[in-house]
Design a protein around this ligand. Structure first.
Ligand SMILES: NC(=O)c1ccc[n+]([C@@H]2O[C@H](COP(=O)([O-])OP(=O)(O)OC[C@H]3O[C@@H](n4cnc5c(N)ncnc54)[C@H](O)[C@@H]3O)[C@@H](O)[C@H]2O)c1
Length: 272
């Protein structure tokens, strides 16, 4: 059985790069009209994602959306209301990471990472609700919100405590919002996704920062990349496509009885 998202409208944040770009392409390949969003500075990469989708017959368009900016969310939702009338799928994928010893971390850094990883997800859910409720009324399987947390939202990892803090918040937020929407009969499902280490620019950044700190017994970025693979039960990093496959399922009507759940896509890392 192939997954069919025809007729659905999906918004993906941080879709110019890494996992978000794969998610946008995968949802579009399944038939969804995809709003590809990212920071203004990522416009060139985002237009490449849109071009790849449209070249293969899919539907996509780019909108600038800094997820920490409430006015940006309001403008994008107004646009979607005008052009598509509603929203079926929201993928809160965009996020930032900070790798630093806690004693050297500043309050400004906590505010920065919280503004993106926590406030950005809150704003997305809040402003998507009216458009998602409109669509959910006519679909028994409901609308679907997918919030990106992390393996680090479940387990602890040295030098990533602020990131873990924000990703743990997303796990708990997603469950509580899911239960609230169920009680209010909104017919909007909310789930969190928890990647392990996935081969993206974010992981490259982590390998460089951790090796500069001499973490995990090495100060060499290449060795750090190998250490990332060695600590995974499957002996490798995940691919963005493997994450996109999980999102595709949660976005589709096949996951209609799944809400308030956490989908762990980590090659077994958190089970160790
Ligand atoms: N790569 C991993 O190993 C991994 C592991 C666990 C969780 N995650 C989570 O998966 C998600 C995607 O990660 P990735 O590896 O693809 O990251 P990435 O750094 O490769 O890409 C993130 C994208 O988010 C965008 N972004 C950053 N700040 C933004 C903002 N304020 N507004 C809008 N867009 C913004 C960036 O421009 C970029 O395009 C993130 O939430 C991340 O925390 C990733």
């Amino acid at each position: 059985m192939s997954i069919d998202l025809s007729g659905k409208v999906a918004l993906v944040t941080g879709a110019a790069n890494g996992i978000g770009a794969s998610v946008a392409k995968t949802l579009a390949a399944a038939g969804a009209a995809v709003i590809v969003t990212d920071l203004e500075g990522q416009s060139a990469l985002a237009f490449d994602v849109v071009a790849e989708i449209t070249a293969s017959g899919g539907r996509a368009e780019f909108k600038i959306l800094d997820i920490s900016n409430e006015q940006n969310w309001i403008s994008v939702m107004e646009y979607i209301k005008g052009c598509h009338e509603g929203l079926d799928v929201l993928v809160n994928n965009a996020g930032v990471v900070l790798v630093k010893p806690i004693a050297e971390t500043t309050l400004e850094e906590l505010r920065w990472i919280s503004q993106v990883n926590i406030e950005g997800v809150f704003l997305g859910v809040k402003h998507a609700v009216p458009l998602m409720r409109a669509r959910a009324k006519s679909n028994p399987a409901g609308a679907s919100i997918i919030n990106f947390s992390s393996a680090m939202g479940i387990k602890g990892y040295p030098f990533g405590s602020l990131y873990s803090m924000t990703k743990g918040a997303i796990r708990a937020f997603s469950k509580s919002v899911a239960l609230e929407f169920a009680q209010l009969n909104y017919n909007i499902r909310v789930n969190s996704v928890h990647p392990g280490l996935v081969d993206t620019p974010m992981v490259e950044h982590e390998a460089e920062k951790l090796s500069a700190l001499g973490a995990m017994g090495t100060s060499n970025a290449q060795e750090m990349r190998q250490a990332f693979k060695d600590m995974n039960p499957l002996g490798r990093l995940g691919t963005p496509q493997e994450l996109a496959n999980a999102v595709l399922f949660l976005a589709s009507d096949l996951s209609s009885f799944i809400t308030a759940s956490e989908m762990i896509v980590d090659g077994g890392e958190t089970a160790q």
